[in-house]
Write a protein that binds this ligand. Structure first.
Ligand SMILES: [Ca+2]
Ligand SMILES: [Ca+2]
Length: 109
């Protein structure tokens, strides 16, 4: 009797497991896509400017890399929102969006 139930249930369990695996893979793929989107989220003109400043190509703008851009150089510390000494793309976008950076400058006074 128990063996019969197992024979009926086992394929279902395998199916459920397989579906769960698919869902996990889909979630991972979605996360990968999001990460890729976040890394390339800048409008083309900003992306060009970011890439030009990121001299060593590590995906971050460090303070020693910003001398080429007077505006970014001047406001580097304001733009470094998480204080790690470098600008990621999101911070760079915030920095060149003068309104939000000016607002933060006001808040820090
Ligand atoms: Ca860099
Ligand atoms: Ca930072």
């Amino acid at each position: 009797m128990q063996a019969n139930i197992l024979r009926l249930v086992a394929p279902l369990l395998i199916l459920v497991g397989a579906l769960g695996g698919c869902a996990a893979i889909e979630q991972q793929e979605a996360a990968d896509t999001q990460a890729a989107t976040a890394a390339a989220a800048l409008p083309p003109d900003l992306e060009r400017r970011f890439t030009a400043l990121d001299a060593n190509g590590d995906g971050f703008i460090e303070e020693r890399e910003v001398w080429a851009d007077a505006e970014v150089d001047r406001r580097f510390e304001l733009g470094d929102i998480n204080f790690d000494g470098k600008l990621d793309r999101a911070e760079f976008e915030e920095l060149v969006d003068s309104d939000s950076t000016s607002r933060r400058a006001e808040l820090r006074k």
